[in-house]
Write a protein that binds this ligand. Structure first.
Ligand SMILES: Nc1ncnc2c1ncn2[C@@H]1O[C@H](COP(=O)(O)OP(=O)(O)O)[C@@H](O)[C@H]1O
Ligand SMILES: [Mg+2]
Length: 283
C-alpha cells in the first residue's frame, strides 16, 4: 500500500532534459488497485479497483460528486498537488506502480496525459507553439524538421490538421471551442503519452464538435489507452468498449457499483442502481 500526502513527494525539476519519446513505448494497461482518496478527513473514494485495458476506451460514468474527477487525477498523480489531499492504494501502468518512491512525478505525467472539460490552450501562443508546449515544459530539444513532422502528426491525430495547416502561426485562442479542445488533444499527444485521460472533454462543446472529438478518440485508441469521464450516456455507448459506474450514496465515499463491457452495462446491467442511472432515472 502506498500513502501519499501533499508533503510526500519531491518537487519537480523543470530544467530536466528528457527524451521526446517515453522510455517504454507501446500500448499500456492502467490499473487502479484499492484506491481510496481523502480531502482532509473527508473520504471521497473507497477502495476503487479497475483495470482499464490497453488500446481501449474506458468510460467512467456516474452522478456529480461521486469522485470521477478525483479518480482520474489519481491516475496521473495530479491529486497530490491539491493541499489536504491524500490517497491509499496503487496505480499500475503496465504493472509498474506510478507512486513507487523511486519513480519521478514527471514520469507519470509524461506517460499519462490529461485533457480537461474546458479547453485550455495557451491563448496567445500560436497553434504550432501550443502543440509543442509540452516538450518545452519537459525541456525536450527537437530539431526543425522533426518539429514540423511532430506538429503535423499530432494535429492530424487530433483531427485538426486540415483546418489549421495554413495558419499554424495564428494564436490558439482564435480557434473555436471545439478546435481548441482538439488542439489540447494534439498538445497532449506531442509528448507521446501511453494513456490519455479525458475529463468530460465535450461538455463545453456543440454536437458537431463533439462528434469530431468522438471520432478522434476512436482512432486514437489504437495507439493510446483512453479513459474518459462523461455524463452523456450516448457518448459512453458510442466511444467506449469498457465502462465503470461510480456512485456515492448520501454521505458515503464513491465506489464502483458495476463495471464491464459497455454493451452489457447498458443492455443488461446487473445492479438496479446501474439500470436506473443508465436509463436516466437519476443523476
Ligand atoms: N479540491 C477539493 N477540495 C476538497 N474537496 C474536493 C475537491 N475536489 C473535489 N472534492 C470533493 O470530492 C468529492 C468528489 O468530487 P469529484 O471527484 O469532483 O466528483 P465528480 O467528478 O464525480 O463530480 C466531492 O464531494 C467534492 O466536493
Ligand atoms: Mg468531475
Amino acid at each position: 500500500m502506498t500513502v501519499i500526502t501533499d508533503e510526500g513527494h519531491a518537487p519537480e525539476d523543470p530544467t530536466q532534459i528528457v527524451p521526446a519519446v517515453a522510455p517504454t513505448g507501446g500500448l499500456a494497461e492502467i490499473r487502479a488497485d484499492g484506491v481510496s482518496a481523502w480531502f482532509g478527513t473527508h473520504k471521497v473514494l473507497d477502495r476503487v479497483s479497475l483495470t482499464m485495458p490497453a488500446g481501449r476506451v474506458t468510460s467512467l460514468i456516474g452522478p456529480s460528486g461521486c469522485g470521477k474527477s478525483t479518480f482520474l487525477r489519481i491516475l496521473n498523480r495530479m491529486h497530490e498537488l491539491i493541499p489536504s489531499a491524500s490517497l491509499a492504494g496503487e496505480v499500475l501502468l503496465d504493472g509498474q506502480d506510478i507512486y513507487d518512491p523511486s519513480r519521478k512525478l514527471t514520469d507519470a505525467r509524461r506517460s499519462i496525459g490529461m485533457v480537461f472539460q474546458k479547453p485550455n490552450p495557451f491563448p496567445a501562443m500560436s497553434i504550432e507553439e501550443n502543440v509543442l508546449a509540452g516538450l518545452k515544459l519537459t525541456g525536450t530539444r527537437i530539431d526543425k524538421d522533426a518539429r514540423e513532422e511532430l506538429v503535423e502528426s499530432c494535429l492530424t491525430k487530433g483531427g485538426l490538421w486540415k483546418e489549421v495547416k495554413d495558419r499554424l502561426d495564428a494564436p490558439g485562442g482564435g480557434l473555436s471551442g471545439g478546435q481548441q479542445q482538439r488542439l489540447c488533444i494534439a498538445r497532449s499527444l506531442a509528448i507521446k503519452p501511453r494513456v490519455l485521460l479525458m475529463d468530460e472533454p465535450c461538455s463545453a462543446l456543440d454536437p458537431t464538435s463533439t462528434r469530431v472529438i468522438e471520432e478522434t478518440m476512436l482512432e486514437l485508441a489504437q495507439e493510446v489507452t483512453i479513459v474518459i469521464v462523461t455524463h452523456n450516456m450516448q457518448q459512453a455507448a458510442r466511444v467506449s468498449s469498457q465502462c465503470a459506474f461510480f456512485l456515492a450514496a448520501q454521505g458515503t465515499p464513491g465506489v464502483i457499483v458495476e463495471h464491464g463491457d459497455t454493451e452489457a452495462m447498458f443492455g443488461s446491467p446487473q445492479d438496479p442502481r446501474t439500470s436506473d442511472y443508465v436509463n436516466g432515472r437519476f443523476g
